[in-house]
Design a protein around this ligand. Structure first.
Ligand code: KIV
Ligand code: NA
Length: 266
């Protein structure tokens, strides 16, 4: 199997082939998604919510993400693995950003890094790219700035479209190989997609982008609580596992598990 590399992202955009992505935080899901043919796996700092149970991504550390990223990178044969740089690991400047990117690349086997921010992160992107590390940018709604943005708010509406376009061009000029657009009106995402030469990846940015990405636990119906409007649920893992646990409890109570086929002879 041929590994997905950044040039495949470029080729996909040139040929109108859609790029597919999911998050992953462990080797089990990574293996399944890789074998199914998902093009890239993001070890997102959404692990703060999905794995560690925090309310936001803000507390997530590099040291928490490294073992998860190593598990995913070690599991895949084809997919490109993107390591998400957590809040507080790149904002102070290009040196800090490159230092963090080095940690992920050296300690996990990831193939690229992702960080949030457009114009404000351009110097960081430029420095990381100059060291030979591919960068996926992330603009629009950026969860690490939840408090600065005033909550879970759609970005790029009305007057905001101009600033979003500036962010998109800034990350392309800085050398990002792709850009995630999160919670952006479809028409604005379409305009960005047509103006940029690098592929755009939608997370709640409509169908006109060059690719799509979802948090896998939302996509698979594994997460509890409120699921964003832009997510389509492709399975009901929460229901399946809940039913399995109830059946297990009932079988143990009734004595029907373990059955003879589960027992060892003397
Ligand atoms: O951490 C994450 O899962 C993300 C995406 C959903 C864009 O950053
Ligand atoms: Na993230």
């Amino acid at each position: 199997i041929k590994r997905v590399r950044t040039r495949h992202f470029q080729n996909a955009k040139a040929n109108g082939i859609k790029i597919t992505g999911l998050t992953s935080y462990d080797q089990l899901s990574a293996t399944i998604f890789d074998e199914a043919g998902i093009d890239f796996l993001l070890v997102g700092d959404s692990a703060g919510n999905t794995v560690f149970g925090y309310d936001t991504t803000l507390p997530v550390t590099i040291d928490e993400l490294i073992p998860l990223t190593r598990a995913v990178a070690g599991a895949v044969k084809r997919a490109l693995v993107v390591a998400d740089m957590p809040f507080g690991s790149y904002e102070t400047g290009a040196d800090e950003a490159l230092h963090t990117a080095f940690r992920f690349m050296k300690e996990t086997g990831a193939h690229a890094v992702k960080l949030e921010g457009g114009v404000r992160s351009a110097e960081q992107i430029r420095r990381i790219v100059s060291a030979g590390i591919p960068v996926m940018a992330h603009i629009g709604y950026t969860p690490q700035s939840e408090h600065g943005l005033g909550g879970h708010v759609i970005q790029g509406r009305g007057e905001g479209a101009e600033a979003l376009l500036a962010d998109a061009h800034a990350v392309e000029d800085a050398g990002a190989f792709a850009v995630v657009l999160e919670m952006v009106p479809s028409a604005v995402a379409a305009q960005i997609t047509s103006e940029l030469t690098i592929p755009t990846i939608s997370v709640g940015a409509g169908p006109s982008t060059d690719g799509q990405l979802l948090v896998w636990t939302d996509w698979a119906g594994f997460s509890g609580g409120r699921i964003p409007k832009f997510v389509k649920q492709y399975a009901d893992l929460r229901g399946v596992l809940g039913d399995a646990a109830k059946a297990y409890i009932a079988d143990i109570a009734s004595g029907s598990f373990p059955a003879p086929e589960h027992e060892y002879d003397a």
